[in-house]
Write a protein that binds this ligand. Structure first.
Ligand SMILES: Cc1cc2nc3c(=O)[nH]c(=O)nc-3n(C[C@H](O)[C@H](O)[C@H](O)COP(=O)(O)OP(=O)(O)OC[C@H]3O[C@@H](n4cnc5c(N)ncnc54)[C@H](O)[C@@H]3O)c2cc1C
Length: 325
C-alpha cells in the first residue's frame, strides 16, 4: 500500500483510496469541496514520487510540471511526499460585501498583489482556518477588486460565513485563476450565446463585459434564468449595458411569475431554443448549476453548435453526506 508523507507524518492509503480520502480518514484536514476534480480546492504538491496523470487533468502545465495535483483524483501507485499548495496563494482581504438579493451576495476581494486572470475564470477563496471554495470572476482584470457572486447554500460553510459573519477587511487568500471559460479575441463577428441560472451569471457577466471591452462586434445574447423574478439579480446593470451596446441582448427568464414582470417565462433551454433554433457557427458559454449546464451543453450541440465552441463551468458542490472543511 502506498505511503503518504504529509507534514512529517506518514499515512497509508488503502487500495483504491484517493489521497484526499486517505488523509481525511486519518484526520488530516485537507481543504476540499466538489471531490470531482472541478473546484481544485484540494490541490497538493508531491515533492517526491510520481502522481498518476489522471490526478493532473485540467491543471496548467506550469503546475503539473512542479508536481501539483488534485488529491481527490489521485489514486497513488507509489509512495508520495506531500506538501500544501500554500505557496500558490495570494494574500487578500474582503473589500466589500453587498447583498444583491436575500440569497445572492456580491463579494469584492482585494488581492495584495496583482492576480493575472481572465473574466469568467474561477479562483479558490480560502478562509484563514483553511476552508476553501471556488468562485467565478465577474470582474475584469483592470478592476481594482475581484468581483464574486455567492449564492447562499443551505447550511453552507463558506457561503453562510460570507453572508452572516464575515466583515469588510477580513483576511482571506486567493489561489488561481483556473478554468477555460473566458472570451478569446480572434473572431470578432461570431455570435455569442451565454446562458446560466443563479450565480452562473457571475462568469457570464464577466465574459460579456470582456467581449465588449475587446471590441466584439457580433451579436452577444446573454440569458439568465431563475425560478421566479426575485431570483434574478443585476437586472438594472445588464439592461443598461445592453442599452449602451447595440450588439448585446440581455434576456432574463423565469419558470413562473414572469408575465406580470414582463419576463420570458419557461425553462431556460426552451426559451433559448425558441429564439435560436439553429446555433451552427455560434460560440457558447454555460455556467452554474451542473444539471442546467449539462442540459444546455447538450441542447446547444444538438442545435448545431460545435462542441469545441462550447465552454462550460459547472458549479459542483460538496457531496451531501460528507463533512467538508
Ligand atoms: C468551478 C466552480 C466555480 C464556482 N463558482 C461559483 C460562483 O461563482 N458562485 C457560487 O455561488 N458558487 C460557485 N461555486 C460553488 C462553490 O464553490 C461552493 O460549492 C458553494 O458556494 C457552496 O459552498 P458552501 O461552503 O457554502 O457549502 P458547503 O458547506 O460546501 O455545502 C453544504 C452542504 O449543502 C449541500 N448542498 C449543496 N447544494 C445544495 C442545495 N441546493 N440545497 C441544499 N443543500 C445543498 C452540499 O452537498 C453540502 O453537503 C463554484 C464551484 C465550482 C466547482
Amino acid at each position: 500500500m502506498p505511503q503518504l508523507t504529509y507534514d512529517g507524518v506518514t499515512y497509508r492509503a488503502a487500495p483504491g483510496e484517493s489521497v484526499l480520502d486517505a488523509l481525511l480518514r486519518q484526520g488530516v484536514p485537507i481543504a476540499n469541496s466538489c471531490r470531482a476534480g472541478a473546484c481544485q480546492s484540494c490541490l497538493l504538491r508531491a515533492n517526491s514520487g510520481q502522481v498518476p496523470a489522471a490526478a493532473q487533468v485540467g491543471l496548467k502545465s506550469t503546475l503539473s510540471e512542479q508536481g501539483y495535483f488534485l488529491a481527490c483524483l489521485c489514486h497513488p501507485t507509489e509512495d508520495l511526499q506531500l506538501e500544501e499548495a500554500g505557496g500558490l496563494e495570494v494574500a487578500a482581504s474582503l473589500a466589500a460585501l453587498e447583498r444583491l438579493t436575500p440569497t445572492v451576495l456580491r463579494a469584492r476581494v482585494r488581492t495584495h498583489q496583482p492576480l493575472h486572470y481572465r473574466a469568467g475564470q474561477y479562483i479558490t477563496l480560502r478562509r484563514p482556518d483553511g476552508l476553501a471554495r471556488s468562485y467565478s470572476l465577474a470582474s475584469l482584470p483592470d478592476d481594482h477588486t475581484l468581483e464574486l457572486h455567492i449564492r447562499r447554500t443551505p447550511q453552507g460553510q463558506m457561503s453562510g460565513w460570507l453572508f452572516d459573519e464575515a466583515h469588510e477587511n477580513d483576511a482571506v487568500t486567493v489561489r488561481g485563476p483556473a478554468g477555460d471559460c473566458f472570451y478569446t479575441a480572434g473572431h470578432p463577428d461570431q455570435p455569442l450565446l451565454l446562458a446560466g441560472t443563479g450565480t452562473g451569471l457571475a462568469p457570464l457577466a464577466g465574459i460579456c463585459k470582456d467581449a465588449l471591452r475587446q471590441g466584439h462586434r457580433g451579436p452577444i445574447h446573454l440569458f439568465h434564468g431563475a425560478l421566479r423574478p426575485e431570483g434574478l439579480y443585476l437586472q438594472d446593470e445588464l439592461h443598461t449595458l445592453a442599452r449602451e451596446n447595440s450588439n448585446l441582448q440581455y434576456i432574463p427568464a423565469v419558470m413562473e411569475g414572469g408575465e406580470a414582470a414582463g419576463l420570458e417565462t419557461g425553462k431556460l433551454d426552451t426559451v433559448i431554443a425558441h429564439r435560436h433554433p439553429k446555433l451552427s457557427g455560434w460560440r457558447g458559454f454555460v455556467c452554474g448549476d451542473p444539471t442546467v449546464v449539462q442540459l444546455l451543453r447538450k441542447k446547444f450541440f444538438l442545435a448545431g453548435m460545435a462542441s469545441r465552441e462550447i465552454f462550460a463551468d459547472a458549479f459542483l458542490q460538496a457531496p451531501a453526506p460528507q463533512t467538508t472543511r
